[in-house]
Write a new protein. Structure first.
Length: 432
């Protein structure tokens, strides 16, 4: 029995979806614990591509229970769309394989509108959010004005909260942002219908996980976003509005920290970032464009081109510290084939001198100059390699350098989007 958390170590899109799908094989429950449909987790199974924004990436495995914890913010229309899409593939989503926390917060239309008008007002200083209403929904949660899943199941409570919220939101939308005020009637109709649709799936995630844990089941927690998008420890203010770190799996699902056995960090073999914010190893020229094209680095949620750059071990080492990582999964190694010389950042040069730890202020990170170590590249196609020893010598050298800089072992190597395109060195559920 083991309970494992999977976390992105960079700025998101590291390939968490692929790894979670793969590990789900040996898990009994797969749990999302934070974020919302700002996430886009891609799975390629039987040559079909699935992108999940809310439903945990274990859903394609029969006999597993997928759970959406209290820490997630839910846009019910997106959840229902994902359920319908799975049905089209003949994969039924039932209360046996999906449980939605009663206590998760609901993304309302005014959250999406506020997200958009705030970004517009910020102009050049905008964060580049996904526009899904994530920030405003978490604001209402922390401000104790939120509407939760259980409110959708009780029309009186829902209407009361909707009217109270709209009184304030309409004032701000209309008077401050010059936007149209919202009419509560169609919103109530729409959301109460969502409530009816999701009612059979609503449950107590914490209680369910406690029982599953006591019964010796394997629990897999699926992080969304990445460590450096964390609201506290990320590149503030260019972050998302939730804690993305492993520690939040406990709060966001309702399980105690003593019940977690291992945290696996997903590291893309280079770095990407969507939206604004500091990115010391960003490649603005041809190599960056090449990585974007070969790696298909376009947002799974918004379709935006992702900014691409060299692997930054200062960033990854901060993630090892912040998440207590036990091992790394290196993804998209195949994308680097054909680049003559590869670089990995080991330290930064700042006005105050050299440092090999991450500065906490975005302003400092914005102006730092990364110090790189260079590695000879390789030309071989890696996607068919099944064993570590069959990787080209230069690929093994690159991985050995990553492992040495990280100071923790590489547990998995991903060389393509499919399940089979993976070299597993240490399966986290086999080595608790
Ligand atoms: P997530 O948000 O961390 O789940 O990552 P995304 O799904 O947003 O982005 C990762 C993309 O890379 C997806 O299109 C995956 O199908 C793809 N992918 C994952 N692992 C690999 C890999 O090892 N090689 C290649 N070429 N693609 C991969
Ligand atoms: P997955 O789970 C990459 C980024 C947005 C923006 C910032 C804030 O697929 O790795 P938000 O809408 O959350 O308020 O936007 O965070 N962002 C992501 N970037 N992958 C994600 O999720 C992201 N979720 C949010 O681009 O810069
Ligand atoms: Mg993604």
């Amino acid at each position: 029995m083991a309970n494992v958390i999977v976390i992105g170590t960079q700025w998101g899109d590291e390939g968490k979806g692929k790894v979670v799908d793969l590990l789900s094989d040996k898990a009994d429950c797969v749990v999302r614990f934070q974020g919302g449909n700002n996430a886009g987790h891609t799975l390629v199974v039987n040559n079909e591509k699935f992108i999940f924004h809310l439903i945990p990436s274990g859903i394609l495995h029969p006999g597993k229970t997928c759970l959406i914890g209290n820490g997630v913010v839910i846009d019910p229309s997106v959840l229902i769309r994902e359920m319908d899409l799975l049905l089209e593939y003949g994969l039924g989503v039932t209360p046996e394989n999906l449980i939605v926390s009663r206590y998760a917060h609901i993304i309302m239309p005014y959250h999406r509108i506020l997200d958009a008008v705030r970004e517009k007002r910020k102009g050049k200083t905008k964060i580049g959010t996904t526009g899904r209403g994530i920030g405003p929904c978490y604001e209402d949660k922390v401000g104790r004005n939120g509407i939760r899943v259980h409110d959708l199941l009780d029309s009186r409570s829902f209407l009361e909260k909707l009217h109270a919220n709209l009184e304030e939101k309409n004032f701000v939308l209309h008077r401050f942002f010059g936007a149209e005020p919202l009419d509560p009637t169609p919103i109530a109709e729409e959301y109460l219908a969502y409530g009816e649709r999701i009612a059979p799936f609503v449950g107590d995630v914490s209680e369910f996980l406690h029982k599953a844990d006591q019964d010796g089941k394997n629990l897999l927690f699926e992080g969304a976003q990445g460590t450096h998008l964390d609201i506290d420890h990320g590149t503030y203010p260019f972050v998302t509005s939730s804690n993305t770190l492993a520690g939040n799996a406990c709060c966001g699902a309702g399980i105690g920290p003593t019940r977690i056995h291992k945290v696996l960090g997903i590291v893309k073999a280079y770095t990407t970032r969507v939206g604004a914010g500091p990115f010391p190893t960003e490649l603005l020229g041809d190599t960056g464009i090449r990585i974007r094209e070969v790696g298909g680095e376009f947002g799974a949620t918004t379709g935006r081109p992702r900014r691409c750059g060299w692997l930054d071990m200062v960033v990854v080492k901060a993630s090892i510290r912040l998440n207590g990582l036990a091992g790394l999964a290196i993804t998209k190694l195949d994308v680097l084939s054909g680049i003559p010389t590869l670089k990995i950042a080991k330290a930064y040069q700042l006005e105050s001198g050299q440092r090999d730890t991450l500065p906490g202020e975005s302003d400092a990170l914005q102006v730092c100059r990364p110090e790189f170590e260079e590695f000879p590249g390789w030309n071989e196609n890696l996607s068919t390699v099944q064993r570590f020893d069959d990787l080209p010598a230069n690929t093994r050298k690159y991985l050995a350098a990553v492992e040495e800089m990280a100071g923790i072992p590489i547990a998995m190597i991903s060389v393509g989007p499919r399940r089979t395109e993976t070299i597993i060195l240490r399966h986290p559920f086999d080595n608790p």
